[in-house]
Design a protein around this ligand. Sequence first.
Ligand SMILES: Nc1ncnc2c1ncn2[C@@H]1O[C@H](COP(=O)(O)OP(=O)(O)O)[C@@H](O)[C@H]1O
Ligand SMILES: [Mg+2]
Length: 333
Amino acid sequence: MEGEFYNSMKLRVAVLYGGRSSEHEVSVRSAKAVMDGLDPARYEKIEYFIDKEGKWNPRPILPEPGAQPGIDVVFPVLHGTFGEDGAIQGLLELAGLPYVGAGVLASSVSMDKEMTKRVCKERMLPIVDYVTVTRDNQDVADACCCLPFPMFVKPANLGSSVGISKARNAEELKTAVAFAARYDRKIIVERAIAGRELECAVLGNETPVASLPCEILPSREFYDYEDKYLLDRAETKVPADLPAGTTEEVRRLAVECYRAVECEGMGRVDFLLEAATGQLYINEINTIPGFTSISMYPKMWEHCGMTFAALIDRLIELALERHRRQKATRFTR
Ligand SMILES: Nc1ncnc2c1ncn2[C@@H]1O[C@H](COP(=O)(O)OP(=O)(O)O)[C@@H](O)[C@H]1O
Ligand SMILES: [Mg+2]
């Protein structure tokens, strides 16, 4: 009887999207795809749109347990700052709501390119040689003297290639650091890898699994903002055309990286494959990857036989599972 009653109830899913980050528009597109993918026979969707100023429509989620009796699970489809960096996840922890994707720690570690590298390094996972400088660093050329040109310069906490540029000499390095410094206090300078770009989707909580990797073929010098969202000219290959051993290595490293940052739910691990040496490098992990109908994360799973709708079901299942597990934890004596 109780079971039947439960089965006849739809799960109420709050979809959070928009947000204050530079990836606002992408989030809107991702959220649309997610909402379209929620089977209306099983789910009732509740939209929470956050505008560019951070205002919630129709109303904000309150940081108080039990304050949202109409929500069973939250699906944050927010990319970048305030959405993918642990901020929203912290709010949802306070509210006591189950939510899709990584928790506070994994979200903020993964958002910060330097922290991700430090965590990977500790597990001896391959990362590109880098140096961290701060906005007020006086002698950037000196700080980066151990790295060969060309170098990539990036704000430590941002996505969508915003603030990123390639420097071929000391002059360009100075300009690139000043440019990145507009977006963050902390800046990563790293050796540029000439080769291929690969991505691998990971899914799961305690026992994460990796999809087959895909390849990104940027239409420009690198996969910059225009190429990602405006030009629609970058090519993608699912699965990536790689020797079997490389495919397996990408998948293994993707899961290792996911575990290293203690990711849960989902994550897309991005790689650079150096042409001259065949060496794979972990570039970054995204805890809320793009979710539009043409995004690589769902595409990689589709290629592995999991439909978009099934992927969403699984992510919600994982969110509920994690919440149940967490309930066994005491927060007081
Ligand atoms: N060390 C590197 N060598 C070669 N290309 C790089 C390197 N770092 C970044 N890129 C290029 O810049 C793009 C954006 O950098 P990435 O670190 O992925 O930042 P974001 O978080 O903005 O996606 C990558 O997709 C790649 O094309
Ligand atoms: Mg990237």
